[in-house]
Design a protein around this ligand. Structure first.
Ligand SMILES: Nc1ncnc2c1ncn2[C@@H]1O[C@H](COP(=O)(O)OP(=O)(O)O)[C@@H](O)[C@H]1O
Ligand SMILES: [Mg+2]
Length: 383
């Protein structure tokens, strides 16, 4: 119905849920999938199978789109620059902005340059760099792959010099950075959206609960967060979006410490810490991302409920992977609690893999959290 053609590179669950939002706007997302079985490729009307690392495949895809956006941050920057230079398609966010979500060292340099607080860090070229850094910051330290990490893959905690050199040996050839181990009270996320016209909107700041580097729960709004600190975190995220010229959703992962907040990392796409907005906010992060990259006026980010909790469904034991068992468990969850909302991504279950999420809404934060977490654990294969 006349909306520009929105293409999304990558066909994971973020593209799948973006597709769902686009349908409501009378549109659909054209996805570039690795395989026809990918999460979003199963449901999108217009799927192209191709390799996001191939400039030829990206060009063929972009030629049939008005706007290109992303399900992940792994498209090589030079390819994105080539698409921009070719013309005819708007790349949103643009390659210069996206680089801050692709390269953790580049991100830290830019944020420090803009006066944004980040944990102490240093690039690592040789083992001695880690020892020099630790001489100042103390052990333990955190080593991170500069590019390509996600869900804790690409993050290593090193208690001493011996452990650090083991990480370096095991990752030989991977550019790393070393970072101070932050004594964190908890983790927060400030999710905002910005359009090319410069309009911006912020959802309430949430608490994220990570285990083994993987996000397990998101509590909205962050329980007991000091009101001034919440506003400061939203303003910080909005400022980062403007300073880095982000278009679309920007998720700013934060560490809350006794001394204040630090930025951990940036994602320039719908993010796990914003899944709760599908039911818990007047405008979901997926609809907002579509509006932003199409330069439509943004929607109201106000919450629809006092508390929303999202819990991820992680794949359980391998033998629990069959769809039949999941369907059976879905029936039990729905019978037990008609109020929870379940989102399943059509992904093969593997231990530790995100295969869906559950959202619960309500007025009692402890009860809402319990409902979401127990439903997600059961769907993931818990007894
Ligand atoms: N410097 C740090 N100090 C303490 N914990 C950290 C630090 N860096 C990362 N973590 C923990 O590891 C998780 C994953 O790290 P992150 O840098 O966000 O990588 P990823 O790209 O895998 O999400 C964080 O959410 C946090 O729980
Ligand atoms: Mg992270």
């Amino acid at each position: 119905v006349g909306l520009p053609v929105l293409g999304m590179v990558g066909a994971g669950q973020l593209a799948r849920m973006t597709e769902q939002a686009a349908i409501s706007l009378g549109s659909s997302v054209r996805v570039l999938a690795d395989t026809p079985g990918d999460s979003a490729a199963q449901v999108a009307a217009d799927v192209e199978v191709g390799d996001y690392r191939s400039l030829a495949d990206l060009r063929a895809f972009a030629a049939r789109c008005d706007v290109v956006t992303f399900d992940h941050e792994h498209v090589p920057g030079p390819h994105l620059r080539a698409l921009v230079a070719d013309g005819g398609v708007a790349v949103r966010p643009g390659p210069d902005a996206l680089r801050h979500a692709q390269d953790k060292a580049h991100m830290r340099r830019a944020l420090v340059g803009n006066g944004v607080p980040v944990p102490a860090w240093a690039p690592v070229r040789e083992p001695a760099d880690v020892d020099r850094f630790a001489a100042d910051s103390g052990w333990p330290v955190v080593l991170k792959a500069v590019v390509g990490g996600y869900d804790g893959r690409g993050v290593w905690f090193a208690a001493d010099a011996g452990a650090a050199s083991e990480v370096l040996a095991a990752t030989a050839g991977t550019p790393l950075l070393v970072e101070q181990h932050v004594d964190l009270v908890r983790e927060l996320a400030a999710v905002v959206a910005r359009s090319p016209s410069g309009q911006a909107a912020a959802w309430p700041v949430v608490q994220t609960v990570q285990r083994a580097g993987i996000c397990r729960e998101v509590l909205a709004p962050a329980p007991g967060l000091d009101a001034d600190r919440a506003v400061a975190a939203q303003e910080l995220a909005l400022r980062i979006a403007r300073d880095l010229d982000v278009v679309g959703v920007l998720a700013v992962e934060l560490f809350e410490t006794a001394a204040g907040i630090y930025v951990n990392e940036l994602a320039m796409r719908p993010h796990n810490s914003g899944h709760w907005t599908i039911e818990g906010a007047r405008t979901s992060q997926f609809e907002q991302h579509v509006r932003a990259v199409l330069d439509l006026p943004l929607g109201d980010p106000t919450m629809t409920t006092p508390y929303a909790v999202m819990a991820n469904v992680l794949g359980g034991r391998a033998e629990e992977g069959a769809g039949y068992r999941l369907a059976e468990r879905l029936g039990h969850v729905f019978a037990h609690d008609p109020g929870v909302r379940v989102h399943l991504y059509g992904k093969q279950s593997r231990p530790g893999r995100k295969i869906g999420h559950v959202t619960a809404l309500g007025a009692d934060p402890a009860a809402v959290r319990h409902r979401a977490v127990s439903a997600a654990a059961y769907l993931g294969g818990a007894q």
